[in-house]
Design a protein around this ligand. Structure first.
Ligand code: FPP
Ligand code: MG
Length: 347
């Protein structure tokens, strides 16, 4: 499995990942009834296929026709796709992966049901795989994701949000599913309990790193490259790490200990930021486009983006550390490579 890529465009896909991709394309085809016609819209749009890749790599299996593993890996991608379809409904998003969202094309009614259809299909595959451990970790992750979405809604424009609250939310929103993919693959592959735990911890830290870099891209990326509008977090009131650092006037952290110190000189205008925060949390929860632009500019002019990147780096190092006990086999090397690829997404 050497040279596995973080993209389904590469030529070095493992036969197992190719089997998953073939299964996904089959489900997303027009011949697959409502699943293909509606949910297939998002499946066909592609994506990184990071979750099936984690399932496969953590299993240690390289039998290209291992059906239970193909089922679990396919289910992981379907659960992820369903969550994005539902997320786009909640966010009223118009584009994802460079194409119009299902809610934009078909309306919320159809989009909710298409997401549900994907869930049902995913659980059918998990049941068929006869791996109760994989089923359990996947359902736990979905519970975490739903809880995170509720917390995220409750925290909209709440400028008092702390770094700890943010990390706890992204752990449930994103890291939990990546950890579940790693555990599910490891359990399906019959890995020892300590290995399952280490791989889950790897996935959790990779997920934290992934979401922080994703949140950075909302400031630094452009809509064409991202395939979705940039700047949408702040517009929706979702406060991410750079804004949290800015609002708390936190200007640097030290080493990998994540000890945070307060900056000695207020920069930018803290009084203005506090007034924006006060108005946003008291006056109908929102801030004007003008104020959003001020915050965005202040973030971009301050060290907060590089501080947030350093936090991502910290979780990347933690993730890599959990692979230390594994023999340097091809799949372990590929897992290490994924850490670098996730980190490199930030610009
Ligand atoms: C995308 O993140 C969204 C998620 C990672 C989770 C969405 C979860 C739900 C909608 C809960 C329901 C889910 C299930 C599995 C039942 P983002 O909003 O930060 O990224 P984006 O900018 O790509 O939208
Ligand atoms: Mg979203």
């Amino acid at each position: 499995m050497a040279g596995l890529r973080f993209s389904n465009q590469g030529q070095s896909l493992s036969p197992l990942l190719q089997a998953v991709e073939a299964r996904l394309q089959e489900m997303g085809s027009d011949q697959a009834g409502a699943l293909g016609v509606y949910a297939g819209h998002m499946i066909r749009a592609g994506g990184k296929r990071l979750r099936p890749l984690l399932v496969i790599l953590c299993s240690g299996i390289d039998d290209p026709v291992c059906q239970p593993l193909i089922d679990i890996a396919t289910a992981a991608e379907l659960i992820h796709t369903a969550s994005l379809i539902h997320d786009d409904i909640l966010d009223q998003a118009a584009t994802r992966r460079g194409i119009p969202t299902l809610n934009r094309l078909q309306g919320n009614h159809t989009a909710v049901l298409a997401g549900d259809l994907l869930f049902a299909t995913a659980f059918g595959l998990l049941a068929r795989a006869h791996c109760s451990g994989a089923l359990a970790v996947m359902t736990d992750a979905i519970r975490d994701m739903c809880q995170a979405e509720i917390e995220q809604k409750e925290a909209l424009f709440q400028f008092s949000v702390t770094e700890g609250m943010y990390l706890s939310r992204i752990e449930k929103k994103t890291a939990s599913l990546l950890a579940a993919c790693c555990s599910a693959g490891a359990l399906a592959g019959g890995q020892a309990p300590e290995a399952v735990a280490s791989l889950a911890a790897y996935g959790r830290n990779l997920g934290l790193c992934f979401q922080i870099t994703d949140d950075l891209l909302d400031f630094t990326g452009d809509s064409a490259t991202l395939g979705k509008p940039s700047g949408s977090d702040l517009a929706q009131g979702i406060l991410t790490l750079p804004v949290i650092y800015l609002l708390n006037n936190i200007a640097f952290e030290q080493g990998s200990e994540i000890a945070i110190e307060r900056h000695p000189t207020p920069n930018p205008d803290q009084a203005r930021l506090q007034e924006i925060a006060r108005q946003a949390s008291t006056g109908g929860r929102g801030c004007s486009l003008h104020d959003q632009e001020y915050i965005k500019q202040a973030v971009c002019d301050s060290p907060t983006l590089s501080m947030a990147y350093r936090k991502a780096l910290y979780f990347a190092q933690e993730a890599a550390g959990y692979l230390d006990g594994f023999a340097p086999e091809k799949s372990c090397t590929a897992l290490l490579g994924l850490v670098d690829q996730v980190l490199q997404r930030h610009r």
